[in-house]
Write a protein that binds this ligand. Structure first.
Ligand SMILES: NC(=O)c1ccc[n+]([C@@H]2O[C@H](COP(=O)([O-])OP(=O)(O)OC[C@H]3O[C@@H](n4cnc5c(N)ncnc54)[C@H](O)[C@@H]3O)[C@@H](O)[C@H]2O)c1
Length: 472
């Protein structure tokens, strides 16, 4: 099928590469000419596993890039809108990018097409897109507008796209639903997964073929907002439980295990830490709250979900302060800058918000992140962070190590080397990557989230060694 995707960011680019891998002819459009030039030249603008491989496989063949929306939209059966929907200062979604693209599509449409919202948008956006396209069409043209929300997560975007928990198609017209069903048929028939060069499944528990959920456009739009709000709620909930664990000396990881084994609840996303962030959850929870308000429903639960999240960051700064006594002039080694492991995306990163707070308190920061350092260097030069080549360089002579994202690399550090590098063997872990007893055995004072702080049981090295050559 011939597919155009307007917006070549995290979602548009991944979707384009994956649709090409499913066998479709895809044109990817963006109005950022530097991004298009980079893509045409073979660069990969974002850090995502398997994306370089797919781009190499299809670039210039089934996958093309252009800055010209008219060129892309002409003769395409399906046109996706995958541009950003950032929050306005009032908290609702800024739909001006979606509107601008809908207007341009209206001007260019020369034969029937399905226009598909891939961006996360509030309920009734399909109707608004339909109206804008109709108002701008140069001649009466038949078209449909459908919703196909995207559930991929950055860091595992390609496998999330190709092995989704479900595919949601919101279509009010049968013709549009049939076209979108055909688009996903290589996945829903299982054919794609039988191909020898298909991207491999990330684990044995993915559902093959993925279930297809066909709904009205309003339901599809609500499914996306409700899913993200629920996931944010699950994290805020377990963070609130972690705070009670800290108050009573319980271990939140044990609580998570016991709670998560209930199949009605599940283990996934019961991950206490420094709170959720990123380009989606904060804006989508706010936008869903705004949608509810506009419909006359006071969704106060979402307000509380956001409040707990903000408070979680403040608590973590207090935890670092309590562990170090004072923060002024302390040199801190920080692991992780992006909003989570596996990505270079720093939008709404809780790690950066925490770093800003630590800098305000007078700390200096030496940081390491496997993927996000170039982005922070380019976009946040005012922070004055020292960027390091590896975790041990960051830890060199630092007063403490602070872990802020959950990269696998951070969970398998050489602890002896780390101990030697640090000025004081103190680790404050915002992602609970290590068992506290094990850290204490290795000689660290180790503070984490929702678990008792652990410290070495033996006396510090100083009191057991020699002073001026004689043993005390
Ligand atoms: N990032 C995620 O993990 C994720 C997951 C699911 C859904 N979403 C949703 O998908 C949408 C896109 O998110 P993203 O993270 O890919 O955003 P992004 O900022 O990475 O990409 C958006 C792209 O659209 C381009 N663009 C803007 N206006 C344009 C126009 N008029 N013509 C052509 N291109 C234009 C921008 O230059 C940019 O490259 C958002 O609504 C987001 O909420 C994101």
């Amino acid at each position: 099928m011939r597919v155009a995707i307007v917006g070549s960011g995290y979602v548009g680019l991944v979707a384009a590469a994956c649709f090409a891998d499913l066998g479709h002819e895809v044109v990817c459009v963006d109005n950022d000419s530097a991004k298009i030039a980079a893509l045409v030249a073979g660069e990969v603008p974002i850090h995502e596993e398997f994306l370089p491989e797919l781009l190499t496989r299809h670039r210039g063949k089934r996958l093309k890039f252009t800055g010209s929306l008219p060129e892309a939209v002409r003769n395409c059966e399906i046109v996706f809108i995958a541009v950003g929907t950032p929050p306005t200062p009032q908290g609702d979604a800024d739909l001006s990018y979606v509107e601008a693209v809908a207007r341009e599509i209206g001007l260019q449409l020369n034969e029937y097409a399905v226009i598909v919202e891939k961006s996360t948008v509030p309920v009734f956006t399909c109707q608004r897109v339909r109206r804008v396209v109709t108002l701008n069409a140069s001649a009466p043209i038949e078209f449909d507008v459908a919703s196909n929300p995207e559930f991929l997560r950055e860091g595992t975007a390609v496998t999330d796209f190709l092995y989704p928990d479900r595919i949601v198609i919101g279509a009010d017209a049968e013709r549009a639903a049939q076209i979108l069903k055909r688009l996903y048929e290589p996945m829903t028939s299982g054919e794609y997964y039988r191909q020898p060069n298909a991207i491999a499944a990330p684990n044995a528990s993915v559902r093959i073929p993925p279930p297809l959920v066909i709904t009205s456009t309003q339901s599809a739009e609500l499914i996306k907002h409700a899913s993200n709000a629920f996931l944010a709620m699950k994290i805020s909930f377990i963070n609130a439980v972690a705070n009670i664990c800290e108050a009573v000396g319980a271990d939140v990881e044990q609580v998570c295990q016991g709670v998560g084994l209930d199949s009605r609840i599940g283990q996934r996303f019961l991950r206490p830490g420094i709170g959720w962030g990123g380009s989606c959850f904060p804006k989508d929870v706010m936008a869903f709250r705004a949608v509810a308000q506009e419909c006359g429903y006071d969704f106060g639960l979402l307000e509380e979900v956001m409040r707990i999240n903000d408070e979680q960051r403040n608590r973590f700064v207090r935890k670092i302060r309590n562990t170090l006594w004072t923060l002024k002039s302390k040199r801190l080694a920080v692991l992780g800058l992006a909003f989570k492991g596996g990505t270079d995306d720093i939008r709404e990163s809780p790690a950066l918000a925490l770093i800003e707070e630590l800098l305000r308190e007078g700390c200096t920061i030496a940081a390491y992140d496997p993927a996000a350092m170039d982005r922070v260097r380019a976009e946040r030069p005012e922070l004055g962070i020292t960027f390091c080549a590896n975790p041990y360089e960051a830890a060199d002579a630092a007063d403490a190590l602070i872990i802020l994202t959950d990269w696998d690399e951070f969970a398998s550090l050489d602890l002896a080397r780390l101990h030697t590098a640090l000025k004081y063997p103190i680790v404050v872990d915002g992602r609970n990557l290590y068992p506290p007893e094990m850290m204490a055995e290795k000689g660290f004072m180790y503070a984490s989230v929702g678990r008792p702080t652990a410290a070495p049981s033996h006396k510090p090295v100083l009191s057991a060694t020699t002073v001026n050559g004689s043993t005390r």
